[in-house]
Design a protein around this ligand. Structure first.
Ligand code: ES4
Ligand code: ZN
Length: 326
């Protein structure tokens, strides 16, 4: 349709994308075969039948076990390269991609396999697709702060390949304050900072206040519960904080896209933009998220353009490179 063509054609940055969440069933089977792994599911349909999510917990229970097929640097390369080609087809010209090293090191896969494979795909995207791709290393918040700090230390030799650090996985009982020292060290090392502040969390607005006024993040992932506190919204707008919203993901882990919150923030001038989160699992890449929210909320073309502009303004591109896009 016209809307789809317009949404896909808009040049945009994707800022909230978990590389491990781009594992499509077809690639899962190919990697399993290459690594001699027997999977419980026999067909692509069997795999998709397990995508029956009602909340974050039921999603994570499918997401982590699927990663067993990712072992060699080549596997990580193939995963990221497949994503980058799909993203390019939906108008992505710049991607800042999350990866979860502890989801791999915790099962014995060397950190070096993960980072070298992903980096090779990022470089290839620039060379062959003309899109810039960067990596953001996320800590798994349901592991200890000590393991996060050890992961940060393990990453330092690869600092040039990592633009920032983030925090994901299950937020319940794992608030941002648990990782304050890790993020302070990361900031001192020169990394940009972001953290998930999920929409399904009771008391999420308190976590948002902590990350904005205490830890001092550059962006917030999701974070739309900030609408509960108008003074905090005003502060976020003043600071130019980016909110990496994921409407289709929201509709899987809660009962709705949170369109009112996202669009309300957009119309107040907050730096919100749309992203895909875990597109292989939620069935929607970034352009599809623009289409879904536009259909749900009746967005104008000018508002879709504003979302795309926000994606560059909230990106961690250097000012000179950002200026090339907006
Ligand atoms: C995630 Cl939807 C979501 N929430 C928290 N952590 C995640 N990691 C990958 N997808
Ligand atoms: Zn996410």
């Amino acid at each position: 349709t016209d809307l789809t063509a317009f949404a896909y054609g808009l040049p945009k940055a994707e800022l909230h994308l978990h590389l491990e969440g781009t594992l499509e069933p077809e690639l899962k089977f190919a990697l399993a075969a290459r690594n001699g792994i027997e999977l419980a599911e026999k067909t692509v349909e069997d795999v998709r039948a397990t995508y029956d999510f009602t909340d974050l917990t039921s999603f994570l229970a499918v997401y982590y076990p699927a990663m067993q097929v990712l072992q060699t640097a080549e596997d990580f390369h193939d995963l990221a390269w497949a994503y980058l080609q799909r993203a390019a087809a939906q108008g992505v010209v710049h991607a800042e991609m999350f990866f979860d090293p502890q989801a791999h090191t915790s099962r014995g896969v060397p950190f070096a396999n993960v980072i070298t494979g992903y980096r090779r795909a990022a470089v290839r995207a620039q060379d062959e697709l003309g899109i810039s791709a960067e990596l953001i290393m996320c800590f798994l918040r349901d592991f200890s702060a000590e393991y996060a700090m050890a992961t940060l230390m393990e990453a330092l030799p690869y600092k040039a390949w990592i633009l920032g650090v983030g925090l994901d996985s299950d937020e319940r009982d794992n608030p941002p304050a648990k990782f304050a020292a890790v993020f302070e060290r990361a900031k001192a090392e020169g990394f940009f900072l972001t953290m998930h502040c999920d929409i399904d969390q009771v008391g999420s607005v308190d976590n948002i206040r902590t990350v904005l006024t205490g830890i001092g993040v550059d962006r917030i992932d999701h974070g739309t519960n900030i609408v509960e506190d108008p003074e905090l919204v005003a502060l976020a707008i003043e600071k130019g904080i980016g909110f990496t919203c994921c409407p289709v993901s929201n509709s899987f882990v809660t009962e709705q896209m949170k369109a009112d919150e996202i669009v309300g923030l957009l119309r107040q001038g907050a730096r919100v933009m749309l992203n895909s989160d875990d597109p292989a699992y939620f069935g929607a890449y970034v352009g599809d998220n623009y289409v879904a929210l536009a259909e749900q909320a009746g967005l104008s073309e000018a508002e879709l353009v504003q979302l795309a502009v926000n994606s560059f303004e909230a990106s961690w591109l250097t000012p000179a490179r950002r200026a090339a896009y907006i």
